[in-house]
Design a protein around this ligand. Structure first.
Ligand code: GLN
Length: 482
C-alpha cells in the first residue's frame, strides 16, 4: 500500500477499497521498516497524522472528494506547521514551535492531506547534500553511502523510499530538482510567485519557491492545483489565474518545440549523465517534439551571481535569529552584544555562517556596487537570455546536475566544488521561470534527472511534456533497492 501514487491512492480511497487510517498505518509501518537506514525525517507527527486520517475517512464517508483527502504527505522542515516543531534542521530553531501554519500547510489541510512528519534538510536550505543538517545526514535510498542531494534531500528520499506518497520541498537554487534527480523522483519548482511563501522560513526571498516532490508528473499536477494561487498574506505571490494543471496531462506534445541550450552541453558533464539526457531528448523527438538549438550565453556567470544574491539576502533574513525573539539563546554571556555573538556562533552551523559572512561582505559599503549591484545586473541578463530562448521554443531541456549522487563526505571540505555543481539549476531561480526534474535514466546504477524549463507561469507545458515522457518510459517507476 505504501507504494501508491496520489492518483492511485485517491481512487482506492474514494472507492472505499482502503481507508485513510489503513493507508496511514501502512505508511508508518514502512517508515518503521526503513527510516533507520534512510533518516529522511527530523520528526514524525504520528498521532496527529492518525487523527487527520480519521477525519479524512469521515469526510470521504460524507461524500467529499478533496484532491488529497486521506493521503500521507511529508513537509520539508522549513514549512511552518502550527503546534509542531519547524527546525530548518538548525540548532538555532531546534525547539521552535510555529504559532501559525504556512499557507501551503493550510491548503494541504483543506485538501485533506495527512501530514506524516517534517523532513530533513541542509540547515536553512543552504546546501546540496543534506550534510549541513544539524541533526544527521539523510541517506540516498539507491545507495546508502551516498547523499540524497539537497537541500530538500529528506523530502526526496522519503518519496523515493515510499515513506510518504508525496512531499513538499523548497527551491532557491535547485533544492527541489537536484535531490529529485539524485533520488529518482519528480520535482517541480514553480514560477516565482506561483506558490505563496507565507510561513516558509526565508533563505533568499527573491529566489525561494515551494514545490512538490512526487512519484509521477501527474501527482505533481495534483499538488500544484492544491498549493498554487494568489495569497493576500504574501505580496510576492502573483495574481495570475491558476489553471487546472491536471488538464495539461491530456495534451499531446506533437508539434511542441524543445529548446536545447548549446552552453549546457559544452563539457564538464559525467558522460553517462549526458548520455541519459541525450537519449531522453531523442525519446521526446520520437514523440513528435521538434528540437531547436537555443543559446543561453550568460550561463558562465550564473553561479557567481547566484551566490552573491542568495548570500546577501540570507545575511539579512537570518539577522532575526539573535537569541531574543525566538529560538536558541546562549548560556554564556555578560552583555547584550556578547549574547548576540555567542548565540549566533553556537546556534548556526559552518555553512550558514560562511554565507552570512559572504552576504554581509557583498552588501557592505564600498563593495555593494562591485558585487551585489553587479550580481543583479547579471541576473537581468540571464532572465533576458531565457526570454529570448523561450521565444523560439515551448520548453527547454537540459541536465539537472553534472553528475549523479556523490558519496557522503566526498565534497564536504570543498564548498566551491559544491557550489559549482549548481550550474544547471540556479539560472531558473534567477530568471524566476518554472523548472522540473524527471527521472530519465541511470548513471553508474544511480538515477539521473532531465530538467525541463518553461515560460513564466507555464508549468502546464512542463507537465504535458513530463507526463508524456513518463507514459512512454519507466524510469520513474523503478524501485530503490532498499
Ligand atoms: N545548492 C544551492 C545552495 O546551496 C541551492 C539551495 C536551495 O535551492 N535551497 O544554495
Amino acid at each position: 500500500m505504501h507504494r501508491t501514487t496520489i492518483t492511485q491512492a485517491r481512487e482506492l480511497l474514494q472507492n472505499k477499497k482502503i481507508s485513510s487510517v489503513q493507508l496511514t498505518e501502512a505508511m508508518f509501518a514502512r517508515i518503521d521498516q526503513v527510516e533507520d537506514k534512510v533518516q529522511a525525517f527530523v520528526h514524525l507527527t504520528r498521532e496527529k497524522a492518525l487523527q487527520q486520517a480519521k477525519d479524512a475517512d469521515a469526510r470521504i464517508a460524507a461524500g467529499e472528494e478533496a484532491p488529497l483527502l486521506g493521503i500521507p504527505i511529508a513537509l520539508k522542515d522549513l514549512i511552518c506547521t502550527e503546534g509542531s516543531r519547524t527546525t530548518c534542521s538548525s540548532k538555532i530553531l531546534d525547539q521552535f514551535v510555529s504559532p501559525y501554519n504556512a499557507t501551503v500547510t493550510e491548503r494541504l489541510n483543506k485538501a485533506g492531506a495527512v501530514i506524516v512528519g517534517k523532513t530533513n534538510m541542509d540547515e536553512f536550505a543552504m546546501g546540496s547534500s543534506n550534510e549541513n543538517s544539524h541533526y544527521h545526514p539523510t541517506k540516498n535510498p539507491w545507495d546508502l553511502d551516498r547523499v540524497p542531494g539537497g537541500s530538500s534531500g529528506g523530502s526526496s528520499a522519503a518519496v523515493s523510499a515510499h515513506e510518504c506518497v508525496a512531499a513538499l520541498g523548497s527551491d532557491t537554487g535547485g533544492s527541489i530538482r537536484q535531490p529529485a534527480s539524485f533520488c529518482g523522483v519528480t520535482g517541480l519548482k514553480p514560477t516565482y510567485g506561483r506558490v505563496s511563501r507565507f510561513g516558509l522560513v526565508a533563505f533568499a526571498s527573491s529566489l525561494d519557491q515551494i514545490g512538490p516532490l512526487t512519484k509521477t508528473v501527474a501527482d505533481a499536477a495534483t499538488m500544484m492545483n492544491v498549493i498554487g494561487g494568489k495569497d493576500p498574506r504574501d505580496s510576492t505571490s502573483a495574481d495570475v489565474a491558476l489553471p487546472d494543471f491536471t488538464r495539461a496531462l491530456q495534451k499531446d506534445v506533437k508539434g511542441m518545440k524543445l529548446g536545447i541550450p548549446r552552453e549546457y552541453f559544452s563539457g564538464g558533464i559525467n558522460p553517462a549523465v549526458e548520455k541519459a539526457v541525450q537519449e531522453s531528448i531523442r525519446t521526446l523527438e520520437s514523440l513528435g517534439m521538434q528540437t531547436v538549438e537555443v543559446s543561453l550565453p550568460h550561463l558562465d556567470y550564473a553561479v557567481a551571481a547566484y551566490y552573491i544574491i542568495a548570500c546577501a539576502e540570507a545575511s539579512t533574513n537570518l539577522s532575526r535569529y539573535d537569541g531574543v525573539k525566538y529560538g536558541y539563546r546562549t548560556e554564556k554571556s555578560d552583555s547584550l552584544v556578547n549574547m548576540y555573538e555567542n548565540t549566533r556562533e553556537e546556534g548556526f552551523g559552518e555553512e550558514v555562517k560562511r554565507r552570512i559572512i559572504l552576504g554581509t561582505f557583498v552588501l557592505s559599503s564600498g563593495y555593494y556596487d562591485a558585487y551585489y549591484l553587479k550580481g543583479q545586473k547579471v541576473r537581468t541578463l540571464i532572465k533576458q537570455d531565457f526570454e529570448n530562448a523561450l521565444e523560439q521554443c515551448d520548453v527547454i531541456a537540459s541536465p539537472v546536475t553534472p553528475y549523479p549522487a556523490f558519496k557522503l563526505g566526498e565534497k564536504l571540505d570543498d564548498p566551491l566544488q559544491m557550489y559549482l555543481a549548481d550550474i544547471y539549476t540556479i539560472s531558473a531561480n534567477l530568471a524566476g521561470i518554472p523548472a522540473m526534474s524527471i527521472p530519465c535514466g541511470f548513471a553508474e546504477g544511480l538515477p539521473v534527472g532531465l530538467q525541463l524549463m518553461g515560460k513564466h507561469f507555464d508549468e502546464s507545458s512542463l507537465i504535458t511534456v513530463g507526463h508524456k515522457f513518463q507514459q512512454t518510459t519507466d524510469f520513474h517507476s523503478q524501485e530503490a533497492p532498499l
